[in-house]
Design a protein around this ligand. Structure first.
Ligand code: NAD
Ligand code: TYD
Length: 362
C-alpha cells in the first residue's frame, strides 16, 4: 500500500486534496496528514474521514526537523505532497517573517527529511519515491497585456513577501533536483476557489460579508485579474503530475479562466441572491450597494494568467469544472455550511478583520 505524507492537509487545498485522493483510491492508499494547525488549519475540514483506518493526523510544525525526521523514520513514505505554507498575501505584507520561516525553512526541512529517508549509499534514490512541491503562479510576478501568459520558462519576478517566499522554496526544490537528482516535481497553480477556503481570501470573503450584510472591500479599481480554478481540478492535477508527469519537471496548472475581481463580485452577488429562498431576510440586501472601494493593496499584482499547455500535453490533464458550475457549487457549499463559517470566523478572525480593514479607507 502506497503511503502519502501530505503537509498542510487541514487547510483549504490540502483538505480538498485528501478528500479527492481517498475518494479516488479508497483503501488502496494510506494518508498521513501533517499540519501545525495555524489559524488556517481546521480539522473540521476532514471530520468525515478522520476515523478511517488508512488516514492519520499528526500535529507538527514543518520547521521542526526532529519531528519531521521521526515521521519518516516511523513510516515508509512513498509520496510527499507539500502544501503547508503561510498563504495569504495581505498577511505577508504586515508580517513577512513567518512566511520566510514556514515557506522557506519549512520546505528545507521537508526536503532534507525526505532526502535522508530516500537516499541510498550510492547517492541514488529508492525506487518510486516522489516529492511534489505545491507552489503558485504568483512567483512569476504580474502581467500587463491580455495576450501574455505565464509559462514554465517565464522568469521568476515575485513582488509580495508571500510570492518571494514561495519563489525561494521553489528554488530550493529545484536545487535538490539539479544537485542530487532528488525525485521531485514543482507545480505552480493559479488562484483556487471552492469549499473549505478560509474567508480572508476574496471569494469566501465576498460570500461571508454578503450574508452578514457587511461591505465588500474592493482593492484599488477592482480590475486586477486572477485566473480561477476549482480546487478539485487542482487536486486532480497534482495526482496526475505524480502519476503521469515526468519526474523532475515543473508544471503550470490553470484553467484559462481569467476574471477581474469586480466581475467575480458581481457573479457571486447574483448567484447568492438567486440561491437564497424568497422568505430569507438577507435576500433583499444582497446587492451591489454592498460594494465599497478601499485603499489598494501595496505592490498589488495586476494580472495573473497561466498557460497550462505543458500540463495538458504531458499528463493529459484538463479541468472538469467550468467556472459557472464551480461558483454555483461553492456558493451552495457555503450556504450549506454556515456553521463552519461561524466557527472559523469566531475569535481570532474578528481581530484580523478589524486590524486589516479598519486601516483601509473608503
Ligand atoms: P491554507 O492557508 O488554507 O492552508 C495552509 C495549511 O498549512 C494550514 O492547514 C496550516 O495550518 C498549515 N501550516 C501553516 N504553517 C505550517 C507549519 N509551519 N507546519 C505545518 N503546517 C503548517 O493554504 P492553501 O490555500 O490551502 O494553500 C496550500 C498550498 O497551495 C500553499 O503552499 C500555497 O502556496 C499553494 N497555492 C495556493 C493557491 C490558492 O489559491 N490558495 C494557489 C496556488 C498555490
Ligand atoms: P486573494 O484571494 O487574497 O488572492 P491573491 O492575492 O493570492 O491573488 O485576492 C484575490 C484578488 O482580490 C486580489 O487581486 C486582491 C483582491 N482582494 C480584494 O479586492 N479585496 C479583498 O478583501 C481581498 C481579500 C482581496
Amino acid at each position: 500500500m502506497r503511503t502519502y505524507l501530505v503537509t498542510g492537509g487541514a487547510g483549504f487545498i490540502g483538505s480538498n486534496y485528501i478528500h479527492y485522493m481517498l475518494k479516488k483510491y479508497g483503501d488502496e492508499i494510506r494518508v498521513i496528514n501533517v499540519d501545525k494547525l495555524t489559524y488556517a488549519g481546521n480539522l473540521e475540514n476532514l471530520k468525515d474521514i478522520e476515523k478511517r483506518e488508512n488516514y492519520v493526523f499528526i500535529q507538527a510544525d514543518i520547521c521542526d526537523s526532529e519531528k519531521i525526521n521521526h515521521i519518516f523514520e516511523e513510516n515508509e513514505i512513498d509520496r510527499v505532497v507539500h502544501f503547508a505554507a503561510e498563504s495569504h498575501v495581505d498577511r505577508s505584507i504586515t508580517d513577512p517573517e513567518i512566511f520566510v520561516k514556514t515557506n522557506v525553512l519549512g520546505t528545507s526541512v521537508m526536503l532534507n527529511a525526505a532526502k535522508k529517508a530516500w537516499e541510498q549509499p550510492d547517492g541514488t534514490f529508492k525506487k518510486d519515491k516522489k516529492f511534489l512541491h505545491v507552489s503558485t503562479d504568483e512567483v512569476y510576478g504580474s502581467l500587463e497585456n491580455s495576450d501574455e501568459f505565464f509559462y514554465e520558462t517565464t522568469p521568476y519576478d515575485p513582488h509580495s513577501p508571500y510570492s518571494a517566499s514561495k519563489a525561494s522554496s521553489d528554488m530550493l526544490v529545484k536545487s535538490y533536483i539539479d544537485t542530487y537528482r532528488f525525485p521531485a516535481n514543482i507545480t505552480n497553480c493559479s488562484n483556487n476557489y471552492g469549499p473549505y477556503q478560509f474567508p480572508e481570501k476574496l471569494i469566501p470573503l465576498i460570500i461571508n460579508n454578503s450574508l452578514q450584510g457587511k461591505k465588500i472591500p474592493v482593492y484599488g479599481d477592482g480590475k486586477n485579474v486572477r485566473d480561477w480554478l476549482y480546487v478539485e481540478d487542482h487536486a486532480k492535477a497534482i495526482d496526475m503530475v505524480q502519476e503521469k508527469g515526468k519526474l523532475f519537471e515543473k508544471y503550470n496548472i490553470g484553467g484559462h479562466n481569467e476574471k477581474q475581481n469586480i466581475e467575480i463580485i458581481h457573479i457571486i452577488l447574483e448567484t447568492l441572491h438567486n440561491m437564497l429562498p424568497e422568505d430569507d431576510a438577507r435576500k433583499s440586501r444582497i446587492n451591489e450597494s454592498l460594494i465599497t472601494y478601499v485603499t489598494d493593496r501595496k505592490g498589488h499584482d495586476r494580472r495573473y494568467a497561466i498557460s497550462p499547455d505543458k500540463m495538458k500535453k504531458e499528463t493529459g490533464w484538463v479541468p472538469d469544472t467550468m467556472f459557472s458550475e464551480g461558483i454555483r457549487l461553492t456558493v451552495k457549499w457555503y450556504l450549506d455550511h454556515q456553521d463552519w463559517m461561524k466557527n472559523v470566523t469566531s475569535g481570532e478572525y474578528q481581530n484580523y478583520y478589524k486590524k486589516m480593514y479598519d486601516a483601509k479607507t473608503e
